[in-house]
Write a new protein. Structure first.
Lengths: 445, 91
């Protein structure tokens, strides 16, 4: 593995004046979300002045003149139909069909929750690795290649490692990923199979993240969630664009999404705002509600207590993919929920499992624990009257249940084992009709 | 007492591009003063005008976040390792 061809260089804010097209495409530079300092669009992620996060800046007047609904619809059936809104210059981005996942109008789940217009944005079937992370990694690795990196890396709770490894393989990039050592087996195997170097770190995700930041200081690698973070996080905006397009170029009234670092939540909203700014949809106030697991709920705690800072916690929950105790964008998520008249709720591990089962049994979608968290919070908000039944509500399902089988393994029942004889089936069927499922599991056929 | 400090890339211009330096201090507060003496200007980047650590900055002592310890009063033992890490997105 060699170092990047072009070393990342930050241009000091005082001497950098961005120009349209300087970075290529419709983005021009990076800006600090806190103090507004401006930087060249290189592989940097924090402001040198105040350590605030850097964000990609675009020329919306130029976008408005260029992009139409028709031009988007004429694009590929993937996130790259929104290429003009993404921070890449390449005409040939990494496109393996990521995005354009189903927006399912629910029937049984909506009725169960007393809602009239409930949709599921189903990234449990996003390609290629069955989570929303394929969106952000497609953008990050495309940008990594543009910046001259030949080795990419990440700190991951599982889904990001899957996606980084898979897309690095496709893009012919060397890859080394870091994961906590207690990850679900499906997520470990679902990374190893693509042939990266996998570092299993004896610690939680926040410790993995710290280690990776230290590695990033000394290795010239493109860490998708560290020095490529400004580009990476922009990929989540496509979850906003797609919902707007799939609703017939309209924004929903209310969204419910999981909260880990808080980045996804804020970028979905940024996507909505960009479509308004460029005239692709009519302006509307979208309420944004977030979901956390009680075993790792620093954003929920800050929201509940009216704080403007996050107190880190040590995660203890089955929802490992959202178990970030020190969420970098947490405070922005809190502000967004407050400013949009939304809510942030948290649920127990038991409720998360029930949420997974509820979605599976009513809509035929097997989501992972993060999705179970979202559904459990959706249910809680509906029961508390915090979602208006008439609102067009979209719940974001961001990962696939086959990756976190451990969470529900003992809760989904067992198959009924029978002999290959008709009478064995008949006896089993009769008993299945009369016995409670749990009793049946203990009985022999 | 010698303390090893890991410096993030955005601050390495204050340390002659060194990712790791040795400093003195019995607590984080003392360490920051010691860092400032060795690398003038670095304190203003680490702390805001009121002297508090900036909110997007994390400081770890021997791999533990100081917010789980005694914050700026966290004691530094012999051969402690202090890591300064900007917040990063998740995972």
């Amino acid at each position: 593995m060699t170092q990047a061809l072009e070393a990342p260089i930050a241009v000091p804010a005082q001497s950098f004046i961005p120009k349209l097209g300087q970075a290529g495409g419709h983005f021009s530079h990076l800006g600090c979300k806190e103090c507004g300092a401006q930087y060249e669009a290189k592989a940097i992620h924090v402001c040198e002045e105040c350590f605030g996060p850097l964000e990609v800046k675009y020329d919306y007047d130029s976008l408005k003149q260029t992009v139409t609904r028709e031009s988007i619809q004429a694009g590929p059936n993937s996130i790259w139909r929104y290429r003009d809104f993404l921070p890449v210059t390449s005409k040939d981005p990494i496109d393996v069909g990521t995005g354009m996942t189903p927006l399912l109008k629910t029937g049984r789940l909506a009725r169960r929750l007393g809602l009239k217009e409930l949709y599921i944005k189903n990234d449990a079937v996003n390609m290629p690795t069955l989570s929303f992370k394929d969106r952000v990694v497609s953008v990050a690795l495309t940008r990594a290649k543009e910046l001259g990196f030949d080795t990419v890396s990440c700190a991951s709770t599982g889904n990001l490692a899957n996606s980084t490894a898979a897309l690095a393989a496709h893009a012919n990039l060397d890859c080394c990923v870091f994961i906590p050592s207690d990850l679900e087996a499906g997520k470990v195997l679902g990374t190893l199979i693509y042939g990266p170097t996998v570092m299993s770190v004896k610690g939680n995700y926040d410790q993995v993240n710290r280690l990776c930041s230290e590695v990033a200081n000394t290795h010239g690698w493109g860490f998708v969630n560290i020095n490529l973070r400004p580009y990476y996080s922009e990929g989540s905006k496509t979850l906003g664009y797609e919902v707007a397009e799939q609703l017939g170029w309209k924004l929903p009234d209310h969204i419910v999404a999981p909260l880990a670092s808080g980045s996804l939540f804020t970028k979905i909203y940024k996507g909505f705002q960009e479509f308004i700014k460029t005239g692709l949809v009519e302006a509307k106030d979208v309420r944004c509600s977030g979901a956390q697991a009680l075993g790792c709920s620093p954003i929920y705690e800050a929201f509940k207590e009216g704080r403007d800072f996050i107190k880190p916690v040590k995660p203890k929950t089955i929802a490992k993919s959202i178990a970030i105790g020190n969420p970098a964008d947490g405070i922005y998520a809190v502000e967004q929920a407050r400013n949009t008249n939304g809510h942030i709720e948290a649920v127990t591990d038991e409720e998360i499992i029930e949420g997974m089962k509820l979605l599976a049994e009513t809509e035929g979608i097997f989501t992972e624990t993060a999705g179970g968290t979202t559904i459990a919070v959706l249910k809680k908000l509906a029961e508390q009257g915090k979602i208006n039944p008439d609102e067009t509500t979209v719940a974001y399902i961001t990962g696939n249940g086959l990756k976190t089988q451990e969470a529900v393994q003992s809760r989904a029942g067992e198959p009924l084992t029978i002999d290959p004889k008709l009478d064995s089936f008949e006896r089993a069927w009769e008993r299945a009709q009369t016995l409670e499922r749990l009793e049946w599991q203990q009985a022999s056929v | 007492m010698a303390v090893k400090v890991l410096i993030p890339t955005p601050l390495q211009k204050f340390t002659n591009d060194q990712a790791e330096i040795q400093c003195e201090g019995a607590t984080i507060t003392e360490l920051i003063e010691s860092l400032e003496a060795a690398c003038p200007g670095i304190k203003a980047r680490l702390c805001d005008d009121s002297g508090k650590l900036r909110r997007f900055l994390n400081v770890y002592v021997d791999s533990e976040d100081i917010r789980f310890l005694d914050n700026m009063d966290t004691k530094l033992g012999d051969d402690a390792e202090v890591s300064i890490v900007p917040a990063v997105a998740g995972g």
